[in-house]
Design a protein around this ligand. Structure first.
Ligand code: CP
Length: 286
């Protein structure tokens, strides 16, 4: 079995050779089972599947038999038996794939699990960083904001460290559980090559989080980005709270690679689908 770094290398090799992938999976069928809202991940998977020539089945939980009490596992089992070749699943349960392990016998791609993992976002972020800097070694990556509720941070930190990057984090104290790599804001901006801003995830908070003054304390704006190194890039997995963790002008600034991330989402997901089918991966995670 491949480890995370070997998996990333293989997927990046497939991206280099992405032209070979166009329409190469026309005999395959995919279904995207999104039990949580999504724009970037859901629709970039759809476009990736279209680019690969795959047949797609659409699914909306609101009009499915889940409304009659059918379980998550029973729903997935239906699609396995319909002859679908790849399942792409997003779910609010951190461990949803445990319910499917050894019981579903077609590849499952994790498109986001609760606050725990979002491996294809990690892949597209890594690919965006590699495009920019050529390699990962000796880069300092700052992850800033609602780290506690971020499946992006949870998925990425360990792997980025394995790839030779130094990780530093910052944000409101209530969102930083592990203070090990903490650097106060805005000082963190001075030392990073890559800054990943995270969304305040109101939907995952038990109590309402007050965002008044957030931008001046922990967000990027045209004033505080002046202390960054000149070639620092700014990323955000999206969706963003404009004027909170990031202001309008930063999203569109020359440092921003946010729109590149959206673009890379499609090619990374094309390569991931090819990878899970080639390698017969049961559950894709990193
Ligand atoms: N980055 C991300 O997962 O965005 P969506 O929730 O829109 O898919």
């Amino acid at each position: 079995m491949l480890n995370s770094v070997e998996t990333i290398d293989k997927i990046f090799d497939l991206i280099t050779d992405n032209s070979a992938g166009y329409n190469s999976l026309s005999s395959f069928r995919a279904i995207n089972l999104f039990f949580e809202p999504s724009t970037r991940t859901h629709y970039s998977f759809k476009i990736a599947e279209q680019n690969l020539g795959m047949k797609q089945i659409s699914f909306t939980p609101e009009s499915s038999s889940i409304q009659k009490g059918e379980s998550f596992y029973d729903t997935v089992k239906v699609f396995e038996n319909f002859g679908v070749d790849v399942l792409v699943i997003r779910h609010s349960d951190n461990e949803y794939f445990q319910k499917l392990k050894h019981k579903i016998h077609i590849p499952i791609i994790n498109a986001g699990a609760g606050t725990k993992s979002h491996p294809t976002q990690t892949l597209l972020d890594l690919y965006t960083i590699k495009q920019e800097f050529g390699s990962f070694k000796d880069l300092t990556v700052g992850i800033i904001g609602d780290v506690l509720h971020s499946r992006v941070a949870n998925s990425s930190i360990k792997i980025m460290q394995e790839l030779g990057m130094k990780i530093v984090i910052s944000g409101p104290p209530e969102f930083i559980q592990n203070k090990e790599n903490f650097v106060p804001f805005p000082d963190i901006l001075k030392i990073c090559n890559v800054i990943i801003m995270l969304r305040i995830q109101h939907e995952r908070h038990k109590d309402k989080f007050d965002i008044e003054d957030y931008n001046s304390k922990y967000g990027l704006n045209s004033k505080n980005i002046k202390i960054m190194k000149p070639n620092t890039i700014i990323m955000h997995p999206g969706p963003y709270n404009r004027g909170v963790e990031i202001t309008d002008e930063i999203i569109e600034s020359k440092h921003s690679r946010i729109f590149t991330q959206f673009k890379n989402g499609v090619i990374v997901r094309m390569a991931t689908i090819r990878f899970v089918l080639q390698e017969n991966i049961s559950i894709f995670d990193l």
